[in-house]
Design a protein around this ligand. Structure first.
Ligand code: S3P
Length: 402
């Protein structure tokens, strides 16, 4: 069942400088319905990459088919992997096995995708050939040194544009040297790039995370038969270790539903006066559930039921009912587990009663856009009182009257 009254586009006017359509939204009484979450974007990238590195043919259902994921598929195909779409969300990947990728005949264009470009740098670091990487204007302005620095330590070399950015040419090396690295920023992309390079290194590569980030690479590597060591010390530092030279065995799996996409639909259920939204088959993973935890702190009426698993991840159905929300101080420890959900959390904060304060989220400034600036600008345009801080924002909730 679709939501009973979706937001309608009411104008075809175009803003000349950006070519963006003008959309008008109106409050609705009843956001109600049952929807299935689309495939998780992070898992979809990893499925295409690991499928390509495996021995044999992998088959995925429910793969997200957005532009970012397609670019990763195209990059794998340019490197000699058989990538075939059999139907909506159904993809087969003819893996070439560890060490089997071939030198690309053209530049790998990652479009807007930080995940695709950074993870593929990790993959290609262990290959004795050159690869050119490009992306759109936004991706070309994003920091890549966070990945280049550890991969250089492992033996790869890079010729970058100013500031260590795309477009770049990288030269891999086989084998790489294993490293023990503590990334200065909480980033699953950095961790994943190093672990993927670690597959082609001599010895054990370790990544130490002061603030644990999404762990889909670790889980999916295991699903492909790779041994990954994970430990946590008393200070909460999570260490992930991987030994080089392991091979991957092809898998057949569905892709778990995306908690980031689910968050938008659940938020509609929470803030509409007669809201009742059920999202099915959502990935349940403590490295991704910060939005649900913060919404619960705000007073959200949420329910969840476990329904199975997919690609090494647990699945739940999540229900959101219309709720009276209150502003909160978001615990900074939750930030990595909700890094992509701050725009929709800000919407909850705008309709809540009281003040919501976000700190420790400076990483939001180096996403596809400066998300702190974008969130505050969008709220202000809609009449909400909001302020940027260096590493977060403060929102004065309207108590339901936006
Ligand atoms: C992702 C990690 C996060 C997230 C991005 C997807 C991933 O980025 O924001 O949308 O799939 O590893 P960072 O690693 O930059 O935090």
């Amino acid at each position: 069942m679709a939501l009973s009254k979706p937001f309608r586009q009411t104008s075809q006017a175009f803003v000349p400088e950006t070519d963006l359509p003008t959309l008008t939204s109106r409050p609705i009484e009843r956001a109600q319905g049952v929807v299935r979450a689309p495939g998780d974007k992070s898992c979809s990238h990893r499925a295409l990459i690991l499928g390509g590195l495996a021995n044999g043919t992998s088959r995925f259902t429910g793969l997200l088919e957005g532009d970012d994921v397609r670019r990763t598929g195209e990059a794998m195909a340019t490197l000699g992997v058989g990538v075939v779409c059999e139907g909506p969300g159904i993809w087969t990947i003819d893996g070439v096995g560890q060490g089997g990728l071939s030198s690309p005949k053209s530049a790998l264009d990652f479009g807007n995708s930080g995940t695709g470009s950074r993870l593929m740098m990790g993959v290609l670091a262990g290959y004795d050939f050159a690869a050119q990487m490009t992306g759109d204007d936004s991706l070309s302005s994003r920091p890549m040194r966070r990945v280049i620095t550890p991969l250089t330590e492992m033996g790869a070399t890079f010729e970058t544009s100013d500031g260590g950015r795309l477009p770049l040419t990288m030269h891999g090396k086989a084998p790489l040297a294993a490293i023990d690295f503590a990334p200065p920023q909480a980033s699953a992309q950095v961790k994943s790039a190093i672990l993927l390079a670690g597959l082609r290194a001599d010895g054990e590569t370790r990544v130490r995370e002061a603030k644990p980030t999404r762990d889909h690479t670790e889980r999916m590597l295991r699903r492909f038969g790779v041994e990954v060591e994970v430990s946590r010390n008393d200070a909460g530092v999570r260490t992930v270790g991987i030994s080089g030279g392991q091979s991957l065995a092809a898998v057949e799996t569905s892709i778990p539903g995306d908690p980031s996409s689910a968050a938008f639909l659940l938020a509609a259920g929470l803030i509409s006066p007669k809201g009742n939204v059920l999202v099915e088959s959502v990935m349940s993973n403590e490295t991704r559930d910060g939005f649900l935890r913060v919404a619960a702190l705000m007073g959200a009426e949420l329910g969840a039921e476990e329904t199975g698993d997919a690609a090494g991840e647990r699945l739940i159905d999540v229900q959101a009912l219309s709720s009276e929300l209150r502003g909160v101080e978001v615990p900074s420890g939750f930030v990595p587990a909700m890094i992509d959900e701050f725009p929709i959390l800000a919407v909850l904060a705008a309709v809540a009663t009281g003040t919501t304060i976000v700190t420790g989220a400076a990483e939001l400034r180096v996403k596809e856009s400066d998300r702190i600036a974008a969130i505050v600008a969008m709220l202000r345009v809609n009449g909400v009182r909001a302020e940027e801080t260096e590493d977060g924002f403060v929102i004065e909730g309207c108590g339901g009257r936006v």
